[in-house]
Write a protein that binds this ligand. Structure first.
Ligand code: PBG
Length: 331
């Protein structure tokens, strides 16, 4: 008897053979873990819509950083939840701001861990927008103005880098932010600090839980005049092209799951490292379904992240990083 139709299945007959021909892997080296830091003492408050993700006060960082280090995670993306908000987001670029303090502290605890500072104003402005507002005195109509916002973002980036941030990650989507920040870092004597640009960032409903976590929901309107329209692919190429020209060192595509084609396109068109941001709702939906016993969390997460790798992501920013570290360790 012959079995002539086993051509493809031949390479799947055992676990060892499957691992021999496996094209992509998730490695702990690929993962960036977001962290939310806040004021106060002994704060370790779970974010209701993001089980397993916490607001941490500075005194909690020691334990957290040791855990992260132990897990083998090499990079943290730092978000600040400040006490004080105002129209121009001044605590974003305060030398004693929460991100700046946390950065110094993390680097003291473990100088090897990479601190990536998210550079945006929305957590720090009382109106919750990522830039400065100009309100027309007659009509009351408000617009988010580009260039005055750039100035503040550049100040923020410089103060973060001065505090010891290894990488600056601007997420605000104003035009020209990479050039402005690059120039400011260079002029401040920090030409070695790379920019991980949120080059392609869509106006997405998948940021909902993050906005709960960061208290950064816009108080009026939405972010559609600066973040991208989910219907557009070619526009993503234009956005990424501009950032490459302006001096970006990494290109982030965000969100990830509904945007695999964008990850692939950016990978194919550019040679910089591509970073997929596995955003908050992509995390919360899996956690919710897993808590209900509807899915196998580990398998669903690994399958999703493999999809991002296959699409061309070099790195993945994910709230699952610690979970994954545990899974990889007991493989
Ligand atoms: C700030 C910022 C946001 C996210 C990262 N940086 C929210 C937004 O743009 O509204 C979203 C991250 C996530 O959903 O996990 N601009």
């Amino acid at each position: 008897m012959s079995f002539p139709h086993q051509r493809n299945r031949r390479l799947r007959t055992s676990a060892a053979l499957r691992s021999l021909v496996r094209e992509h892997q998730i490695s702990i080296d690929d993962l960036i873990y977001p962290l939310f830091v806040t004021h106060g003492v002994a704060v370790r408050e779970e974010i209701p819509s993001m089980p397993g993700v916490y607001h941490l006060s500075l005194d909690q960082l020691e334990q957290e950083v040791l855990e992260i280090t132990e897990a083998g995670i090499k990079a943290i993306l730092l978000f600040g939840v400040p006490e004080h908000k105002d129209a121009v987001g001044s605590s974003a670029y305060d030398e004693h701001g929460i991100v700046q303090q946390a950065t110094r502290q993390i680097k003291r605890i473990n100088p090897e861990i990479l601190v990536i500072a998210d550079t945006c104003l929305c957590q720090f402005t009382d109106h919750g927008h990522c830039g400065v507002i100009h309100r027309d005195p007659d009509s009351g109509h408000a617009v988010i103005v580009n260039d005055p916002s750039l100035e503040l973002l550049a100040k923020t980036a410089v103060s973060q880098a001065k505090a010891g941030a290894d990488i600056i990650a601007p997420s605000n989507m104003m035009d020209g932010f990479v050039r402005e920040i690059r120039t400011a870092l260079d002029e401040a004597g920090m030409p070695h600090v790379p920019i991980m640009s949120y080059a392609v960032k869509y106006a997405s409903a998948f940021y909902g839980p993050f906005r709960d976590a960061a208290h950064s929901s816009p108080q009026f309107g939405d972010r559609k005049t600066y973040q991208m329209d989910p219907a557009n692919l070619r526009e993503a190429v234009r956005e990424a092209e501009a950032d490459v020209q302006e001096g970006a060192d990494f290109l982030i595509v965000k969100p990830a799951l509904a945007y695999m084609d964008i990850i692939k396109t950016v990978r194919d068109r550019f040679t910089l490292p591509v970073v997929a941001y596995n955003v908050s709702a992509e995390y919360s939906m899996v956690k919710a379904a897993a808590a209900n016993g509807w899915i196998d969390e580990r398998q669903v997460v690994m399958e999703s992240l493999l999809g991002m790798k296959r699409a061309g992501a070099d790195l993945i920013i994910t709230y699952f990083a610690k979970d994954i570290a545990g899974w990889l360790a007991d493989q």
